[in-house]
Design a protein. Structure first.
Length: 548
């Protein structure tokens, strides 16, 4: 049903066309008699077509038309008049149809109303769809525009905002305004127009120039509005990738830096897949084993850097399978290895399982240190050691054998260092619960998850591992009964109230602070000179030098 608003004086002598309009079963007519009534009705009711009849003064019909259009009502409007001058004025004001007042013309009125209603309904659907599409395009995280004949003819809201312009500053301009130079212009044209991919899209990563002159990194896509007629213009879609480019550049720089660190590290760095196949070895590892990377990568560890059996008869092939089956049990592992020339060496490995998003093991990252020549007998302890040890341990929960072994390891680290180079380390013994509460991990704790029996510092299998881990920053935390709780521990305590001799650094200050706040005993091996300092109650109670 078409709802018509008829603005007409009720004279009782309606033209034939108006009577037919009122009687048409497809048309519903509401009559009003003045311009004000018409406007009030339009504001409150649904109207499909407005008709002003010839029984009104023409000026009144023009007033209704003018008000309807000026107030933004999207309604089809039919003017019935006897004046050709009024026809010209009505069309200028936006009338959709004008009928001259004669019988032949007026007979067309019902059909004109139906055609207009149908046409406007279709256009309203199109306007609604366009409004929805504009909202979607303006809400898009992608900047969009249309370029035709080297002129920007349309854009969404994001495009000018992203480039620092107002919309009117870009519409009608040449896109060259946004390109920083001829070289970039040629590269963009080649990527967007000279080579297209699936779907007809051209792609290129480029830089555009903002209004303030700064450069914006963008991923650009382009295709013809009508692929069968490129003269209709091109859709351009742009995504701001400035942060992505910055992160990519940062990652590239970090990769170069880390690759340099890996290549210059004095440790073997190895990546092995779940079949035991070597996927990566650093330059130090190549030099140490006597192989080139090409000779190792793609080969199994067994038969290259690992003999099938050690000289003691241990099945190393089975050991590799055990590591791959349960890598967390072998986070720290010492085993015999083999150089290219057949020389057997002992290496302490720290292993890290690499898993995918589903938790499936994909690789093992191993860092190895040669410990073949690292042996110092505990009997090297001085006789004078016993004269002060009992006093030191008094009031603590530290068992004497635990201190003996920690002190012996400190002596060996002090004398041997690592590969001929001095290293420093720290042991915090006793009152482990309080020590852990006042410290935090610098690295993944290599002792976490192992049984207490496997972590006893007094165990024969752990001493060499501890010596190798001494190269790490941070302290060892050892319970009074000898269980090693952590390595690589950073002491977070306030050291402002501690007093240590001049020349000693933060390592000594932090140990002084932790022994002041807890009932622990600290042993510090200085990297410089191998000096051993023993702390209790926030002060140094004993200093051992290499010649003691």
């Amino acid at each position: 049903m078409i709802h018509v608003l008829l603005v007409d004086r009720d004279t009782g002598n309606l033209p034939l066309s108006i009577r037919e309009l009122l009687q048409d079963r497809d048309i519903s007519v509401t009559r009003v008699t003045s311009a004000q009534e018409a406007l009030d009705y339009i504001q409150s009711k649904t109207v499909d077509v407005v008709v002003t009849s010839d029984s009104l003064p023409d000026a009144t019909g023009l007033v209704v038309l003018k008000e309807v259009r000026s107030r933004g009502f999207f309604l089809p409007f039919v003017m019935v008049t006897g004046s050709r001058e009024v026809v010209r004025e009505a069309l200028q004001l936006g009338a959709d149809y004008c009928l001259i007042r004669d019988e032949q013309s007026l007979e067309l009125l019902p059909q004109v109303v139906k055609n207009l209603a149908k046409k406007w309904a279709g256009e309203e659907n199109l306007r609604r769809d366009n409004r929805i599409m504009n909202v979607i395009l303006d809400a898009s995280p992608l900047a969009m525009g249309v370029v035709k004949d080297h002129v920007i003819i349309w854009m969404n809201e994001l495009m000018p905002r992203m480039l620092g312009y107002k919309e009117h500053e870009l519409l009608g301009t040449d896109p060259l305004l946004l390109i920083p130079g001829e070289e970039e212009h040629q590269r963009i044209d080649k990527g967007l127009y000279a080579s297209t991919r699936k779907g007809g899209w051209g792609l290129v990563d480029a830089q555009l120039k903002r209004k303030d002159g700064t450069l914006l990194s963008c991923h650009l896509q382009s295709r013809p509005v009508d692929p069968s007629d490129p003269s209709q213009g091109y859709i351009i879609i742009g995504q701001d990738i400035t942060e992505y480019v910055r992160m990519k550049d940062l990652i590239r720089k970090n990769e170069l830096r880390y690759q340099d660190l890996i290549d210059t590290a004095k440790s073997i760095i190895l990546r092995v897949d779940t079949e035991g196949t070597i996927r990566f070895i650093n330059r130090y590892g190549e030099s140490f084993f006597g192989y080139s990377a090409e000779e190792l990568v793609g080969k199994n560890v067994v038969g290259t850097i690992l003999p099938r059996k050690s000289r003691t008869g241990r099945d190393l092939f089975s050991m590799v399978q055990e590591v791959m089956h349960n890598p967390e049990e072998f986070e720290v592992n010492i085993n015999e290895n083999m150089k290219k020339d057949g020389e057997r060496i002992w290496i302490a490995w720290t292993n890290k399982a690499i898993r995918d998003d589903k938790g499936t093991l994909v690789e093992i990252l191993s860092i190895g240190t040669d410990i073949t020549d690292r042996k110092v007998n505990v009997r090297d302890l001085e006789d004078s050691f016993t004269s002060w040890k009992h006093h030191l341990l008094e009031g603590t929960d530290i068992e004497e054998p635990v201190f003996d072994v920690a002190y012996a390891i400190s002596l060996e680290v002090s004398r041997e260092g690592r590969e001929g180079k001095p290293i420093g380390t720290t042991f915090i013994l006793g009152d482990a619960e309080q020590v852990l509460a006042k410290s935090r991990q610098l690295i993944l704790n290599p002792f976490e998850g192992h049984s207490p029996d496997a972590r006893l510092i007094t165990g024969s299998d752990l001493k060499e591992t501890i010596k190798e881990l001494s190269q790490l920053d941070g302290a060892f935390v050892v319970r009074g009964d000898g269980v090693v709780e952590a390595a690589g521990r950073y002491i977070t305590i306030d050291t402002s109230t501690t007093t240590i001799p001049k020349g000693l650094g933060t390592r000594h200050a932090s140990v002084a602070g932790i022994t002041q706040e807890t009932k622990a005993v600290g042993i510090v091996v200085s990297q410089s000179g191998g000096r051993i300092s023993i702390f209790k109650d926030g002060r140094i109670v004993r200093v051992i030098t290499l010649n003691e």
